[in-house]
Design a protein around this ligand. Structure first.
Ligand SMILES: CC(C)(COP(=O)(O)OP(=O)(O)OC[C@H]1O[C@@H](n2cnc3c(N)ncnc32)[C@H](O)[C@@H]1OP(=O)(O)O)[C@@H](O)C(=O)NCCC(=O)NCCS
Length: 381
C-alpha cells in the first residue's frame, strides 16, 4: 500500500454522526450519559433506570421506571428452541461467539425492519433483556448445568448473576453486577462496536443483525476482548513481585499491555476509577481476586511510568476483570457481560441512527490493484 495521504487510518478524528446519548471527554477523562456523570449514575441507579435515561434523555420517574422494568421482564422470555440453540452454541465455541450466534438467531423470519420502526424502542429493549438471559443460558450450558431461567422478581443484574454463578450469590455481588452493567452501557458513537451497529442499521437491517454484528466487533482484543486478556496477563504474572520483570520483557518485545491505551482518552479512563472504588469495597484480602487486583495496581504503576508520556493510560479493561473475578464470574464471560451491558448503547444508537434519516454508510476506497489485464485460459497460466 502506498500510504495515500487522503486516507485517515482508523477514521481517526472523522465525525460519523451527531449523537446526544453519551459524551466522552478524552482530555480530562470524563464520561457522562445524557449529561449525568458516570460516577453518580453507577452509585445511585439501577440498570433499568439507565435504559430509560438513554432512550428518553432524562432520568425516569417511578411510573416510567416501572414500565421499563415490566417490559424487561416480559421481553426477556426465550422460546425452548432459542434456549436449546444457545445451549448448543455454548458448548461449541467461546461464549462471545455463542452469544453472537444466539442473538442473531432470535430474529424473526422476516427481513423488513423498516415496516416495524414504530417498535424500534421495544425491539431494542427486547434485545437488551434477551441478551442478558442468553449470557446466563450459555454460562449454564458451558458449565454442564441444566437450564434454570430467571425468577419473576429478578432485576436484570440479578437474573444474569444468578444464572451464571447460582442462586446463592449475595445482594452485594448483584449490586456490583448492576454497577458494571451501567458502567459499560454506552461510550459514544465512535467506538468500533457502536460504529458497527450504526453501519449495519444504515443498511436497514433487522435489529438482531445490528446486535449480532456489534457483538462480533466487540469481541476483539483491541476492544471488549481486552478485559479477558488483562486478567489472563495478571494470572501469568502470578505475583506483585514478578510484575516488574514480566512487564519489562513485554516492553522489550514491544507487546501491548491489555487494559492500557485508548484512541480518545489521554487521561485515566474514568470508568477505571469507578471500578477501583468497587474493587476496594468488595475484594477480600487473601483471596485470588484481591491478589489479581494488587497485580493490576502494580501493572498500572509500572505501565503508567513507562507509557503515560505517550498519552497511554489505564482504560476500563485494566481493572474490570478483577471485579468480575471477585463476583465469581468465569473469565470467558467477562466480554459477553460487556456485550450484555453495551447492548443498551447499541440499541439506543440504532434508534438515533434511524431518527437521523439513516443514510447508508458508504465511504470509498482508493484502488491500488492491477488494471486492464489480458485474460488467460487456465491451460496457459
Ligand atoms: C486501544 C488501542 C487499540 C488504541 O489504539 P490506537 O489509538 O489505534 O493506537 P495505536 O495502535 O496507533 O498505538 C499508538 C502507539 O502506542 C502504542 N500502544 C498503544 N497501546 C499500547 C499498549 N496497550 N501497550 C503498549 N503500547 C501501546 C502502540 O504500539 C503505538 O506505538 P508506536 O507509535 O511506537 O507504533 C490500543 O491502545 C491497544 O491495543 N490497547 C490494548 C488493548 C486494550 O486495552 N483495548 C481496550 C480499549 S478500551
Amino acid at each position: 500500500m502506498s500510504g495515500n495521504s487522503e486516507i485517515i487510518p482508523g477514521l481517526e478524528g472523522i465525525p460519523i454522526a451527531e449523537s446526544a446519548i453519551s459524551l466522552v471527554e478524552g482530555e480530562i477523562g470524563r464520561l457522562s450519559y445524557q449529561g449525568y456523570s458516570i460516577e453518580d449514575l453507577t452509585y445511585h441507579c439501577s440498570f433499568e433506570e439507565i435504559i430509560a435515561l438513554l432512550y428518553d434523555g432524562e432520568l425516569p420517574n417511578q411510573s416510567r421506571l416501572d414500565e421499563i422494568t415490566d417490559k424487561m421482564h416480559d421481553y426477556r422470555q426465550l422460546t425452548p428452541d432459542q434456549i436449546e440453540l444457545a445451549r448448543i452454541a455454548g458448548k461449541q465455541s467461546h461464549p462471545m461467539f455463542a452469544l453472537q450466534a444466539a442473538v442473531a438467531s432470535i430474529g424473526g423470519a422476516k427481513n423488513d425492519f423498516e415496516s416495524d420502526l414504530d417498535h424500534v424502542v421495544d425491539r431494542g429493549i427486547a434485545l437488551i433483556a434477551k441478551t442478558g438471559h442468553l449470557v446466563g443460558t450459555i454460562a449454564q450450558s458451558a458449565d454442564n448445568r441444566d437450564y434454570v431461567g430467571p425468577s419473576d422478581s429478578d432485576s436484570h443484574a440479578a437474573m444474569i448473576l444468578k444464572m451464571i454463578v447460582g442462586d446463592d450469590c449475595s445482594q452485594k455481588h448483584i449490586a456490583v453486577m448492576n454497577e458494571l452493567l451501567i458502567l459499560q452501557a454506552d461510550h459514544s458513537a465512535g467506538n468500533a462496536s457502536t460504529f458497527t451497529s450504526r453501519v449495519v442499521t444504515s443498511t436497514r437491517s433487522e435489529a438482531e443483525a445490528v446486535a449480532s454484528a456489534a457483538i462480533g466487533a466487540l469481541s476483539g482484543p483491541a476492544h471488549g476482548g481486552a478485559n479477558e486478556r488483562a486478567i489472563r496477563l495478571f494470572q501469568e504474572i502470578g505475583s506483585v513481585d514478578n510484575a516488574e520483570a514480566f512487564l519489562s520483557k513485554m516492553f522489550d518485545a514491544k507487546e501491548r499491555i491489555p487494559g492500557f491505551g485508548h484512541r480518545i482518552y489521554h487521561a485515566k479512563d474514568p470508568r477505571s476509577a469507578v471500578i477501583q472504588r468497587i474493587a476496594e469495597e468488595i475484594l477480600v484480602e487473601g483471596t485470588e481476586s484481591h491478589e489479581l487486583y494488587s497485580i493490576a495496581l502494580k501493572v498500572e504503576e509500572i505501565a503508567t511510568d513507562k507509557l503515560s508520556a505517550r498519552g497511554l493510560w489505564p482504560n476500563v479493561d485494566l481493572f474490570s476483570g478483577t471485579v468480575f473475578h471477585g463476583i465469581n464470574v468465569p473469565i470467558d464471560f467477562y466480554t459477553p457481560l460487556f456485550a450484555a451491558s453495551r447492548m443498551s448503547g447499541w440499541m439506543v444508537h440504532m434508534k438515533e441512527q434511524w431518527d437521523s434519516g439513516n443514510r447508508l454508510f458508504r465511504p470509498r476506497q482508493i484502488y491500488v490493484g492491477n488494471q486492464n489485464k489480458d485474460f488467460l485460459e487456465i491451460s496457459n497460466r
